[in-house]
Design a protein around this ligand. Structure first.
Ligand code: NAD
Length: 340
């Protein structure tokens, strides 16, 4: 372990917690993951065994009370984030928290106030900002390579819906899944969205309908700088994880395709075909997960700014709440209506 490593506790060892644990212990030399907590103790123990983490516990307060732990990585279910952020900030720990911060604005504001009051850092897990494809699109905008941006299309479709137990505590598709696309829209264009209109439905899953959620949506975004955007979402794309953007500007267009496990193409008398895109977020976004965590560790160790702030975590929640309202009321919703 390097002399100046960051001692970290991980809270939540489910799908994403396990990923971060692997990266923190094998890919980020300046991180020292010393304890993992999960309300389901077996999950904490499995994670500790798999990643050689010294301590596993059921109660995350053991992490907050540990005097040597400087930072926490919160990967527990969404409905626990805001409370744990508040407690961690009060305990003087720096915080990396998975998206979204919470499902309502008062909880987010309480959490952000606690962070501010206690002078700790907070980074939100919008990992796609660290993905090479999206970074290149942002770079093209910053350097004017396609002129002035006019029209943004984001395609973001999952290969299959998550388990219904997850859906029930996720806050619904807009707060759970589209939230990445809201962040991507702000990040790529470098301007805020002021109005959202949504068409959404349940096409595929009785479980999702029973949870009063949707699985298919098209969202229209009006940015304050005049750019128009669309987001095309589905919880079920039969051909695999579909993650693409296209941005038309006054001087050209930039587009990104899906990432594949290989470049092989088979051509025969019937068809030209290839393997499906990388299966899901764990495979597709591995490098971005490593980069975001390395950036967090670096920001804490070197007292620099975090690249994705609490404010960056809050705005996509406002956008998601606007999307929900648009779906329910079947009309365009200005974000200012949500802030009232
Ligand atoms: N950035 C991304 O791409 C990405 C991907 C997946 C999930 N997420 C986010 O990460 C969070 C977790 O998602 P997941 O898919 O890993 O869910 P999951 O259900 O697989 O794991 C959540 C874990 O948290 C544990 N937990 C719940 N309450 C707890 C508490 N009070 N203390 C300690 N542990 C607790 C559960 O036992 C479970 O093991 C969600 O907020 C989700 O939105 C982000």
């Amino acid at each position: 372990m390097p002399e100046h490593s960051l001692k970290i506790g991980l809270i939540g060892a489910g799908r994403i917690g396990l990923q971060h644990a692997e990266h923190l212990t094998s890919r980020i030399p300046s991180a020292d993951l010393v304890m993992v907590a999960d309300a389901y103790e077996e999950a904490a123990r499995l994670c500790a065994d798999r990643c050689a983490i010294p301590f596993a516990t059921r109660d995350y307060h053991a992490i907050l009370d540990h005097p040597d732990i400087q930072a926490v990585v919160i990967c527990s279910s969404t409905d626990t984030h805001a409370r744990i952020i508040e407690e961690a900030a009060q305990a003087g720990k720096h915080i990396f928290c998975e998206k979204p911060i919470a499902l309502d604005l008062p909880s987010i504001d309480r959490a952000l106030n606690a962070v501010e009051r206690n002078g700790v850092k907070l980074q939100i897990g919008f990992n796609r900002r660290f993905d090479a494809n999206y970074r290149r699109v942002r770079q093209a905008v910053e350097q004017g390579e396609i002129g002035r941006p006019h029209l943004l299309h984001i395609v973001s479709r999952d290969p299959e819906p998550p388990p219904v137990e997850y859906i029930r505590v996720s806050g619904g598709m807009f707060l759970d899944m589209t939230i990445h696309d809201f962040d991507m829209a702000r990040f790529l264009i470098g301007s805020e969205v002021e109005e959202i209109f949504v068409l959404a439905n349940v096409m595929d899953s009785p479980d999702i309908a029973a949870a009063s959620d949707v699985d298919t949506a098209v969202l229209m975004l009006q940015f304050t700088n005049g750019v128009i955007g669309t987001i095309s979402n589905s919880r079920h794309a039969a051909y695999g994880y579909d993650q693409r953007v296209e941005l038309l500007g006054s001087a050209g267009v930039i587009s990104t395709g899906n990432n594949y496990p290989n470049t092989a193409i088979i051509s025969d008398e019937r068809s030209v075909r290839r393997d499906q895109p990388l299966r899901f977020f764990v495979e597709r976004y591995t490098e971005s997960f490593v980069s975001e965590m390395a950036a967090f560790v670096d920001a804490v160790l070197h007292e620099g700014p975090v690249p994705v702030t609490g404010r960056d975590g809050r705005i996509p929640v406002v956008m998601a709440l606007a999307a929900q309202k648009s779906h329910i009321e079947n009309r365009p919703i200005r974000l200012s209506e949500i802030e009232q």
